[in-house]
Design a binder for this molecule. Structure first.
Ligand code: TYM
Length: 340
């Protein structure tokens, strides 16, 4: 956090309503959200403005947004403790994003690896929105003067950019400590869940192989099958975490076990050291099904009551706007607009 920032602590994070959520999203983000709501003021967003940086089907966007809301709720985020709202309901995001577009430097955005990955060889055909996506992300966080941001490791560079934007705004407008420098909360074994088919690649919704990930909608049978088919090597389960070096597929499975069972990697290994991977994967499948099955069931139940989801989102949207609007109004004054 900025040395100069004197305001209260606040946690903010967001998830995109595009494609299926998977175990990486759950362990890297949702599970942490459910824990943090007991410790700090939390604001959680479904970032549909980010989703439209690539084409979305207008007939399905609202449904996908409700799907993410159901995932938040099923993961244990309690709307009476934390705000769960929809980004496009709160105008402060788009307004602040424009101001930040004028603070961020093109050189900073040119270094963003996620844009390069997503745009691929055809960067010239990518939307301008995809390019400035991390600026909108900074606006999300700073419209709430959030001090902490729980995310998976893949968001680290975007968080650094948010800090750079906050710092430059404070300096450029001679407003020391106006924005905090938000800290990423990237810890624990769930911060980087890798593909079940290739332990060197991130588990991702865009991987064409469904067997590479566990989706939040997979039933017990599917979860167990995918884990039993997960890639391993010809060795045995090692004794200590140090021996996971250079064995990415095994390190991934041990990390998933540890995150799902809330055990240290050392304890997981102590329980299974010397075992073959068949029995280890059976034990992991049991742990995964026990952790994920209730979430899948709850998600289905929440999704059967879309009106209730809409009510939760609308109420939280009003509360979120009541926090963000005055902050953006202050930004207008700081910039010096006539009407501010
Ligand atoms: P998104 O929707 O791609 O992912 C949501 C969250 O899941 C985490 N995650 C993972 N964690 C561990 N292992 C994985 N394999 C894995 N894959 C995804 C992501 O790190 C993220 O925390 N840009 C963000 C959304 C966003 C946001 C924000 C986040 C928009 N505004 C403001 C924080 C604060 C994104 O695309 O996440």
């Amino acid at each position: 956090m900025s040395e100069d920032y004197q305001g209260p602590e606040r946690v903010f994070s967001g998830v995109q309503p595009s494609g299926e959520l998977h175990l990486g999203n759950y362990l890297g983000a949702l599970k942490k959200f459910a824990r943090l709501q007991h410790e700090k003021e939390c604001v959680f967003c479904i970032v549909d403005l980010h989703a439209i940086t690539v084409p979305q089907d207008p007939k399905r966007l609202a449904e996908q947004t409700r799907h993410i809301a159901a995932a938040y709720l099923a993961s244990g985020v309690d709307p009476s403790k934390a705000l769960i709202y929809n980004q496009s309901d709160v105008r402060a995001h788009t307004e602040l994003a424009w101001y930040f577009n004028c603070v961020a430097r093109t050189g900073w955005l040119n270094r963003m690896t996620q844009f390069k990955d997503k745009a691929g060889k055809n960067a010239e055909k990518a939307s301008v929105g995809l390019y400035t996506y991390p600026v909108l992300q900074a606006a999300d966080i700073l419209a709430f003067k959030a001090t902490q941001v729980p995310v998976g490791e893949d968001q680290k560079q975007h968080l650094e950019l948010s800090r750079d934007i906050a710092g430059k705004f404070n300096r450029d407008f001679n407003a020391p400590g106006f924005f905090p420098l938000p800290e990423p909360l990237i810890d624990g074994p769930g911060a980087k869940v890798m593909s079940l088919r290739d332990g060197t690649k991130k588990m991702s919704k865009s991987d064409p192989a469904d067997a590479s990930r566990i989706n939040l909608t997979d039933d017990a049978d599917k979860i167990a099958k995918k884990i039993r088919k997960a890639k391993t090597d010809s060795g045995l389960v090692p004794e200590t975490p140090d021996e996971l070096d250079g064995r990415p597929d095994i390190a991934n499975l041990v990390g998933i076990y540890s995150a799902l069972a809330d055990m240290s990697e050392a304890d997981v290994l102590e329980q299974h050291a010397g075992s073959q991977f068949g029995p280890f994967k059976n034990a992991l499948a049991d742990v995964a099904v026990a952790a994920m099955e209730p979430i899948t069931e709850l998600m289905t139940r929440y999704l059967s009551a879309p009106d209730e989801i809409d009510r939760i989102l609308a109420e939280a949207g009003d509360k979120a706007a009541a926090i963000a609007d005055p902050i953006v109004a202050e930004v207008r004054k700081i910039i010096g607009f006539r009407g501010a």
